[in-house]
Design a protein. Structure first.
Length: 386
């Protein structure tokens, strides 16, 4: 063996980088991180494109949390740009306030109204379902069929290639319904982006770890298993692939991103639509729930507040996941996939010296702060046994 490492960490996303930093700075442990992509940061990676715009390579990553512990931890590696994440929905030839709130209701009826009137409207429209069992039921039980079909049905069919009846209630249940004027997309108490970008936050983590962490990019972890001597393993990749898909592949939805940049001259034609100079669309994110092939257009410059004459928009097209060709972005949450995942979890629980953390390794959709929390909790367990 040419070298000895305390940990082999498979994947250089939030899970792997947080754990490597903690092991290095708190316990003095040496970690080798192997990453199949050509950059660190996983799906949260951002970069400056050819137009000079800071963009999120794998779709928008809106950081938010209610955890002071997680905020304090990450604040050691980044300053923050506060953001009130706002989105719109475009259908029937116009922009609508979304998530559904009192402003949306006023757009529907064409006049000013009150929270009490909107609450009465919803009570009349909603379908009484005591315990919603799927995503269709969870929405119609709150807002009824009209708003469900306007904002949710088409979007869900495109995004998941499944009818909302086939998806767990949690899929659409994540989206809030409000009777007041709160039009924020998210509800967490702390909402912000790393001021200098996620790529800088990750670089600062590695800098803190110093020479106790080595990163090998463009590397499949199987290629280093017999090259080095390892203590324990942290695995953040797809759990089914770790076990050579013994029980069959876990299904995912993938995405294709279409980037388009505009300079200041081109943006002059869009000012009336965007509502302010230097932007292409009127909000950071616009959902397209119906006839378009893409589900949303994101103009992240609204959130980063970058001072830049150019802008870049990103259209997102949901696609089937194809192993070795497409990235696995979203686990598909329903009864069948849950049953299949439990088989792999049973295998993972039996693995000695291997820790499975992160979205792919636990086959569950987590927000970034939840992934950070999972990594910090894993570190505490390792610390207690060190």
């Amino acid at each position: 063996m040419s070298d000895r490492w305390d940990f082999l960490i498979i994947g250089a996303g939030f899970s792997g980088l947080v754990l490597a930093e903690r092991l290095a700075t708190q316990l003095g442990k040496r970690s080798l991180i192997v990453e199949k992509r050509d950059h660190i940061g996983g799906n949260s990676y951002d970069y400056y494109d050819a137009a000079g715009v800071l963009v999120h390579k794998y779709g928008p990553h809106y950081f938010r949390t209610n955890s002071q512990k997680i905020k304090d931890y990450l604040s050691a590696f980044t300053a923050w740009q506060p953001v009130a994440y706002k989105i719109l929905s475009y259908t029937e030839g116009r922009y609508w306030n979304f998530p559904i709130n009192l402003n949306t209701f006023e757009q529907i009826i064409g006049r000013k109204s009150t929270s009490a009137a909107f609450a009465r409207y919803l009570e009349e429209k909603r379908v009484p379902i005591e315990t919603p069992k799927n995503s269709e039921q969870v929405i119609v039980s709150q807002v009824g069929w009209e708003l469900y079909e306007k904002f949710f049905l088409g979007y869900t069919l495109k995004q998941w290639k499944k009818h909302p009846q086939e998806l767990d209630a949690s899929v659409c249940g994540r989206i809030p319904i409000r009777t007041n004027r709160d039009d924020r997309y998210l509800k967490e108490s702390f909402q912000a982006l790393p001021r200098e970008g996620y790529h800088r936050l990750f670089a600062n983590m590695l800098a803190a770890a110093g020479d106790k962490v080595k990163v090998e990019l463009n590397t499949d972890y199987r290629s280093v298993q017999n090259k080095y001597d390892f203590g324990q393993v942290v695995y953040t990749g797809p759990v089914d692939e770790y076990f050579d898909c013994k029980y069959g592949r876990l299904p995912y939805r993938s995405l294709r991103f279409e980037h388009e940049s505009f300079d200041a001259t081109a943006l002059l034609e869009r000012e009336a639509i965007a509502g302010k100079k230097g932007f292409w669309q009127p909000a950071m994110q616009v959902n397209f729930p119906n006839e378009q092939d893409f589900t949303r257009i994101v103009e992240i410059k609204h959130a980063t507040q970058q001072s830049c004459a150019n802008t870049t928009i990103v259209r997102e097209y949901p696609e089937d996941f194809v192993p070795n060709e497409k990235e696995p972005y979203y686990p598909i949450p329903n009864r069948a996939t849950s049953q299949l995942y439990r088989k792999y979890k049973a295998l993972a629980d039996e693995e000695k010296g291997v820790h499975f953390i992160g979205r792919l390794a636990t086959y569950r959709y987590y927000n970034m702060d939840q992934v950070v929390g999972m990594a910090l909790n894993c570190f505490e367990r390792l610390k207690s046994h060190s």
